[in-house]
Design a protein around this ligand. Structure first.
Ligand SMILES: [Mg+2]
Length: 130
């Protein structure tokens, strides 16, 4: 992590909207309101006004909402905006994020099979270790 790690007010939190904020809005509302630095919502959507409504209706504190139109564009936004911690529910979105950004994969019904108790990954995003 870069020098911003020494000053929490300069840490930037990045959040996905669908499958992350939408899954646990109370948690993310509380977290964003107590987060000392910037909050950027990065979403794979094309309707900006609806994205703003969906974020604001969940009482999320944010500095920017950025829409992307392809998977690897999120990693570019994260790099360009200096996001320090990023949460998404799709491993495809996390593949190309640089090592200096901490990443969390948010579990939901789209990426975890609760009957089998296993993550759902593709050969493009997962690697079995045994
Ligand atoms: Mg998502």
């Amino acid at each position: 992590m870069n020098n911003s790690a020494t000053n929490p007010t300069t840490l930037t939190l990045g959040l996905d909207l669908d499958g992350v904020i939408t899954e646990a809005p109370e948690f993310f509302s509380a977290w964003t309101h107590s987060w000392p630095g910037k909050v950027i919502v990065i979403t794979y959507r094309n309707d900006r006004e609806k994205a703003i409504r969906d974020v604001e209706s969940r009482s999320i504190r944010y500095d920017e909402i950025i829409l992307v139109d392809r998977f690897d564009a999120k990693a570019e936004v994260i790099r360009d905006k200096g996001v320090n911690i990023y949460i998404d529910d799709q491993p495809e979105m996390l593949k190309n994020i640089l090592q200096d950004c901490h990443v969390m994969l948010f579990r939901n019904d789209g990426n975890f099979d609760s009957d089998d108790q296993k993550w759902m990954l593709s050969s493009e995003t997962g690697k079995l270790v045994c």
